[in-house]
Design a binder for this molecule. Sequence first.
Ligand SMILES: [Zn+2]
Length: 636
Amino acid sequence: MAAVGAARDAATATGGSAAPFALRHLHLSLRVGFAAAGAGRLRGAARLELRCVRSGSREVVLDAHPALSVLGARLLPPGGAGEREGEGEGQELRFESRPFASYGTALHLALPEEPRPGELLVVRIDYETGEGPGMSWLDSSQTAQKEKPFLYTSGFPVLNRSFFPGFHTPAMKSTYSAQLQVPEGFTAVMSATTWEKQKDNTFVFKMEHPIPSYLIALAVGDIVSAEVGPRSRVWAEPCLIEAAKKEYDGVIEEFLAVGEKLFGPYVWGRYDVLFMPPSFPFGGMENPCITFVTPCLLAGDRSLVDVIIHEISHSWFGNLVTNATWGEFWLNEGFTMYAQRRISTEVYGSAYTCLEAATGRALLRQHMDTTGEEHPLNKLRVVIEPGVNPDDTYNETPYEKGFCFVSYLAHLVGDQGKFDAFLQAYVEQFKFQSITADDALGFFLEYFPDLKQQGVESRPGLEFDRWLNTPGWPPFLPDLSPGQQLMKPADELAELWAADGLNMEEIEAVDISAWKTYQMVYFLDRILQKSPLPEGNVERLSAMYPKVSKAQNAELRLRWCQIVLRNNHEPEYSKVKAFLHSQGKQKYTLPLYRAMWGGSEAARALAMETFSATAPQLHINVRNYVKKILGLEGSD
Ligand SMILES: [Zn+2]
């Protein structure tokens, strides 16, 4: 389809897929140096192999960042760009860094003459970088092992601008390779299909499939690995590796196999998992070949292994078929939520999956209650105006409303097997490409001509156009009633705990020992909704269920902390503090700071005290969001 990827991405200086150049390959050649404290440095070069696709431009415009210093730029002779090109090879290019947005700059390289469409160009940019929002330099105290520093990059959504100059738009995909020299005693890993360790502690990586820049990821630290399946290893700091191996041995392969059965071949070769230091801001980041995840997933009892299903699902949705702009992020996340729940249904059954989906729906409800349903971010196609940081548009809508829309498409088809086959065809049709919602929906109607004939895209109230462009609650909700058998006892138990004068006999008669994570989460969400509970109830609940109040499972800890705060239960404030000290995941950290800041004087004091102690270990984005919540903006 000619329309594929033809979307202008306002978040990039390069113009997204409307750019005059396409990137064919990126090569990074860098030396990593750690500093005694604070940010270290990356020094080296980025080499970009470009193809001119439109005439009329005598400059190459790249996305970069003020933290990245360009030392020189050269146009290299075509074809001759080997690994060893000399410093002086090729032709020097004039370059200029111009302001672009709060989150980055535009790097202009002047070409000696206007290239013809189809012409290949190779440019090399010598640069160094250190501090920058995409680079997280942790000193040893911020790691789990507490012995050596650690570096990781996070490119999503536009943060790799401070890692290397390039086309930082999801509209453009390329293969990449990298050569990284790291200090002795450190290991480097990247999102690449092959890697090799050479002399001088140099690591060489190749990604043989085209990927968007936000999926290029690097981690350097004292990390080791252990096999957990025929194509999977876990990576972690030495002190975590045993726990990681125990928790994930054998389970990843099962999820991958179900994914392949449903959505087609897993093309990325290996599926490894890297457990990050505690400050990692995300639950997981689906970097191809090596997912980066929060150490919160090491619950000790395999109770959170299903979280990995989400990241595995991105292997098809997001990583193979990618949204061309961040304004249509639901193409990544809505399809992934649907795929995750398909795999989960196959592995755990529909009751448990519907229960987990009900938790997701509750998060969407919470989000829309906070922002108001009519908020412009509460539609699936968000208009990201020039200058707006795509990261600031991040919310629950593309995930859960996106899930509802994909579920609606499945409902229109009416047959799970046929819809699964469609998903497989969709992946096959668009793999290694970046697409728009129009591409996806056009293909859906083409694949099901009967539905097209019936005019399903314009059913009153359920128009595809309304799904995409109208904010608000989803006009269709998938049936989650199979989850009732697990929700009902949780609802009833929450009812008992919310009563004045507790009926302990009835409460004690409910056996929760076999409840799995999401049934407990569902129960705690109900308790939170009913909070504040009558005086004394939270104390007794805490004593009754150490499984909750002393949980190691992060999903349970989050809920328990929320309950503690909503009920002003000061004796357990220390748990809120301990949880926020132990990890820095955005989805856990922000709701707790919001709850503290909206609470009592004591809760506000707890917020300030905790933030001043943990700020240095938080990811910069999370730190800034917390500052906003606490009204500390601009007080650096
Ligand atoms: Zn995701």
